[in-house]
Unconditional design. Structure first.
Length: 142
């Protein structure tokens, strides 16, 4: 029997192969289990729990609220006012350019960056946070 730790992690890649179909089915109101059953019939070979984790992370990242914001109403009001002025993009637009971190997406949108601007940077997700910090420091220095 092979050691499971030596195998590469491929769950996210398998899910993203079916991303357009998953988005359509989610928009139609299908449950995760219904989508999982349809995709396993088409050859998807990951477990249902792994499938659910990836669906929650990739396709529904903004469903939960930050607990720290629930306790601070002033921060909530500021966020709400600033969100009205910003052009908030859909999470899948960020996922298409390789940005999956919910916190990073929120920070980028709060600073006025769109997926188009970030795509022009040509950086992986791990370096986008550093670029955001540098850009903010430049703006504050002016």
């Amino acid at each position: 029997m092979d050691d499971w730790r030596s195998k590469p992690r491929t769950g996210r890649a398998k899910i993203t192969e079916h991303s357009t179909e998953i988005r359509i089915l989610l928009a139609e109101g299908k449950t995760n289990r219904q989508i999982y059953n349809l995709l396993t019939n088409k050859g998807l070979d990951i477990s249902e729990s792994q499938f659910n984790r990836h669906i929650k992370k990739i396709f529904r990242p903004h469903d939960k609220q930050s607990k720290s914001l629930l306790f601070n109403s002033e921060v909530n009001e500021k966020k709400r006012d600033s969100a009205i002025n910003l052009d908030i993009s859909l999470p899948y637009e960020w996922n298409n350019i390789g940005v999956f971190s919910e916190k990073l997406i929120i920070d980028l949108e709060n600073n006025g960056y769109t997926p188009g601007i970030v795509r022009e940077w040509g950086l992986p997700e791990s370096q986008i946070r550093q670029r955001l910090i540098i850009e903010n420091a430049r703006q504050k220095g002016k």
